[in-house]
Design a protein around this ligand. Structure first.
Ligand code: ATP
Ligand code: MG
Length: 230
């Protein structure tokens, strides 16, 4: 039936520092979606010095796009791994050729994307956020010294392990990443125009409720109500 609830197959798009990681954690908690973040996966591979990590390392350090074929095989295997559940993509696809590869994979799995959320945050608030940002690499958890500090300075709330600065969170590399984002965002939003919604605000707290109501209205899913799998 047309009003049946739909599985969540979500994509978050937004400039660096727009709060994709923060919104993802909330959606993971409230809707039980599996969070697949290309940036988190790459950073874990770099820390562990896997073959992929070694190939990707310099691109990430410079704020440049990692070659499509590396990302496509990484995300394909993650999607197979999460199985037929609710998921949220963060940071992938970032190019039209990645989007086409993803669409082909999702068609085969019969799990097409059904909501693309475009985060719109003014640029003047973003650079400061990036400067204040610390992360826990193994989990991808994000902290901000001004508005979301860890309970113990320098340590992850859940594991107590040390936090790190991202080496690409410098003003110089940030500018490269921002330009990169602007170049790719318009074609990507056009590609998915049927399923795009725009949400706008200065803070993640202002934006999150808008995302929730889009999910409720468009996909018929209430927070806390998702079955484990479809
Ligand atoms: P933020 O995490 O603040 O939203 P971001 O979107 O710039 O910022 P990530 O998504 O964590 O950061 O990506 C970090 C880096 O990893 C990118 O600058 C790029 O080098 C690489 N990367 C991540 N996703 C992709 C992708 N889909 N294609 C190519 N390179 C990618
Ligand atoms: Mg991120």
């Amino acid at each position: 039936p047309a009003n049946a609830i739909q599985p969540l197959r979500l994509l978050l798009i937004g400039c660096p520092g727009s709060g994709k990681g923060t919104q993802s954690s909330r959606l993971e908690k409230n809707f039980g979606v599996a969070h697949l973040s290309s940036g988190d996966l790459l950073r874990r591979n770099i820390t562990e010095q896997t073959a992929l990590g070694q190939q990707a390392q310099q691109y990430v350090a410079d704020g440049k796009l990692v070659p499509d074929d590396l990302l496509i095989s990484l995300i394909d295997s993650e999607l197979l791994h999460v199985g037929n559940t609710n998921w949220l993509l963060d940071g992938f696809p970032r190019t039209i050729s990645q989007a086409e590869a993803l669409d082909a994979t999702l068609n085969k799995l019969m799990q097409p994307l059904n909501l693309v959320i475009n985060l719109q945050v003014p640029e003047d608030v973003i650079l400061q956020r990036i400067m204040d940002r610390w992360i826990h690499i193994p989990s991808g958890r994000v902290y901000n010294l001004s508005y979301n500090p860890p309970r113990v300075p320098g340590l992850d709330d859940v594991t107590g392990e040390p936090l790190s600065k991202r080496p690409d969170d410098t003003p110089e590399v940030f500018k490269v990443r921002l330009d990169q984002h602007h170049a790719m965002a318009t074609p990507l939003l056009d590609h998915y125009h049927d399923v795009v919604v725009n949400v706008k605000g200065n803070t993640s707290d202002e934006i999150y409720p808008q995302i929730e109501s889009e999910i409720v209205n468009r996909l018929g899913v209430l927070p806390g109500s998702m079955p484990e799998a479809f």
